[in-house]
Write a protein that binds this ligand. Structure first.
Ligand code: ATP
Length: 272
């Protein structure tokens, strides 16, 4: 069931150029993940340990997974992704075994970037309730910490985790030698939104009246994933009307449609 739970990609295709509005975060990821992989000698020369693990935190759909994929791509590392929710298993010891499998797989594919999405699923603050389920989740996290503690012998493996529930994380996870480099990945500002609109319309046949800067100014509080959805939806409006060019009106209708959908669902994931 390894194959089921993990996504393995020998060479992800995402590059830093595909990521809009996160210049500072890209710089930090390169320093904490890329440099230790490609310039391990320098860390030895200077006599410092690179960060053990990097934790990306911020709202959903802001580019955390993209950052991890891009750094794997840039270093020609294998990208191995596992969702924290997949590590929450029914049977005792199963979650811990998956964690072991994860690190074994990475060792077989060095250099490798392990990406654990939704790490809060196995590393939430301890609650009062002491059900067996909690104990099992706890064991899974202990296994992860012990794998990370035995890291020095593991060669060219870097570990990146992501969460959009930073406030909920068990602080034990953030101690030195564990996820000791935190990188916040926020929603984009207007300039970042414009860049993300540009990225997601690169291949689109845009009419002359489309003003991406104005679109970026008119949608507040959206994530990169929301912007991608707007661009796709705008293209769908053009297709429905048998046009080859996507117009300003298509974008406006797409924005209105996605805004009303996120209202319907009641979970303000996209536009809050
Ligand atoms: P989650 O917390 O929900 O897992 P995430 O932060 O990992 O989200 P991604 O999976 O990286 O988000 O983003 C989802 C998609 O949204 C990307 O594949 C991309 O198309 C688009 N996207 C998100 N952020 C950006 C960005 N900063 N620049 C360009 N595209 C973006």
């Amino acid at each position: 069931s390894r194959a089921q739970a993990m996504e393995v990609s020998e060479s992800p295709t995402v590059t830093y150029d595909d990521i809009g509005g996160l210049a500072e975060q890209i710089r930090e990821v390169r320093e904490a993940v890329e440099q230790p992989l490609i310039e391990a000698d320098r860390f030895v020369e200077v006599g410092v340990e690179p960060p053990s693990g990097v934790l990306l935190h911020g709202p959903p759909g802001t580019g955390k997974t993209m950052l991890a994929k891009a750094v794997a791509n840039e270093t020609d590392a294998t990208f191995i992704k596992m969702a924290g929710s997949e590590l929450v298993q029914k049977f005792i010891g199963e979650g811990a075994r998956l964690v072991r499998d994860l690190f074994e797989l990475a060792a077989e594919h060095e250099p490798a970037v392990i990406f654990i999405d939704e790490i809060d699923a196995i590393a939430a603050k301890r609650t009062e309730s002491k059900t067996s389920g909690d104990a099992e989740v706890q064991r899974t996290m202990m296994q992860l910490l012990s794998e990370m503690d035995g890291f020095e012998d593991r060669g060219e493996i870097r570990i990146v985790a992501a969460t959009n529930r930073f406030d909920m994380l068990d602080r034990a996870l953030l101690r030195p030698g564990r996820f000791d480099r935190l990188i916040e990945v926020p929603k984009p500002d207007p300039e970042g939104r414009k860049r993300i609109f540009e990225i997601h319309t690169r291949e689109m046949n845009l009419a002359n009246d489309v003003d991406l800067a104005a679109l970026a100014d008119s949608v507040e509080e959206v994530s990169g994933a929301d912007i991608r959805a707007i661009c796709t939806e705008a293209g769908m409006f053009a297709i429905r009307e048998d046009r080859t060019q996507v117009t300003e009106r298509d974008f406006r209708e797409a924005i209105a449609k996605l805004e009303s959908e996120s209202d319907d669902v009641g979970t303000p994931v996209a536009f809050y």
